[in-house]
Design a protein around this ligand. Structure first.
Ligand SMILES: [Zn+2]
Length: 284
């Protein structure tokens, strides 16, 4: 599940690999992957990549002809570069950008759902694009200062939901929210509006440290070609049943339909084990 650190390292590697590379042609075999029609995808033929960077969990791939690709991997997408073109039709491919040097940039998506998307935009209009306009400030490297953060989070919603809301703060998803809340020793169900200044400061520091450490880890662990699965340095998320890395007590989980939230009762919820929604549904 690509979140800020995974998108950041991918953007860095792609930037190094693509800078100056010329597009020969591009196609979008995914049914609904390409969300724009003007300009047409063929407009990037012959253009060179200038810069690949990240905003929230999205990639921005700027080309030298004044166009940019905005890419969102959603929960199961990958943006990868291959030395040769797909010989067989790769069923996971949503976007193929063939380069003049024989390589190929591919947006691939694993699983049955097709949710990853691409927009081709004029670079001048890029930051007026709805998805980018709606984004909150970045969670890393420099999240909002304390007072601004307190104001952003001053909502009667649980931190677990607030921190994953890209319009509140950009870059955090289901994996890293568990890690950040555990590091900050905060309950996932504490309401944003109940946050004290020292708690918000811990949250801020935890986000900077955990996301930054993950990016550093990837810098050491990953090189081209970008692997299908990144070695995410998670210590709490999906570790339910294992000992807490801080206190050694058992990590617990709340299971939702298609994801899981993990936490340490001792470190985060004053010993309280939160209600498991899956279990309570079964017991109805
Ligand atoms: Zn603990």
């Amino acid at each position: 599940m690509p979140e800020l650190p995974e998108v950041e390292i991918t953007a860095r590697l792609l930037d190094g690999a693509l800078s100056g590379a010329e597009v020969e042609s591009a196609l979008a075999p995914g049914v609904n992957a390409l969300k724009t029609f003007d300009p047409p995808l063929s407009a990037i033929d012959g253009q060179r990549f200038l810069w690949v960077h990240r905003r929230g969990k999205m990639f921005v791939l700027e080309l030298d002809g004044g166009l940019s690709l905005l890419v969102h991997l959603m929960s199961a997408g990958r943006l990868q570069i291959f030395d040769s073109r797909a010989s067989l039709r790769d069923r996971a491919s949503r976007l193929l950008v063939r380069l003049a040097d024989g390589r190929e940039l591919r947006l691939r998506e694993f699983g049955t759902r097709q949710r990853a998307w691409v927009k081709l935009l004029r670079t001048d209009d890029l930051y007026e694009e709805d998805n980018l306009v709606a984004l909150g400030p970045e969670a890393w490297p420099d999240p909002p200062p304390l007072l601004e953060l307190l104001e952003l989070l001053d909502q009667p919603r649980p931190l677990y939901a607030l921190l994953r809301d890209q319009q509140v703060i950009a870059g955090i998803g289901r994996s890293w929210v568990d890690e950040i809340l555990h590091t900050a020793m905060l309950s996932p169900f504490k309401r944003g509006s109940d946050l004290e200044a020292d708690e918000a400061e811990r949250l801020r520091e935890a986000a900077v440290r955990r996301l930054g450490d993950a990016i550093e880890h990837y810098e050491d662990a990953i090189a081209l070609p970008i692997p299908d699965k990144l070695p995410m340095p998670l210590t709490v998320h999906r570790r339910n049943g294992e000992p807490c890395p801080r206190c050694g007590d058992r990590l617990e989980a709340v299971f939702y339909e298609d994801y899981v939230m993990c936490y340490c009762p001792t470190c985060q919820t004053e010993g309280k084990v939160l209600k498991d929604r899956r279990l309570s549904r079964l017991l109805k």
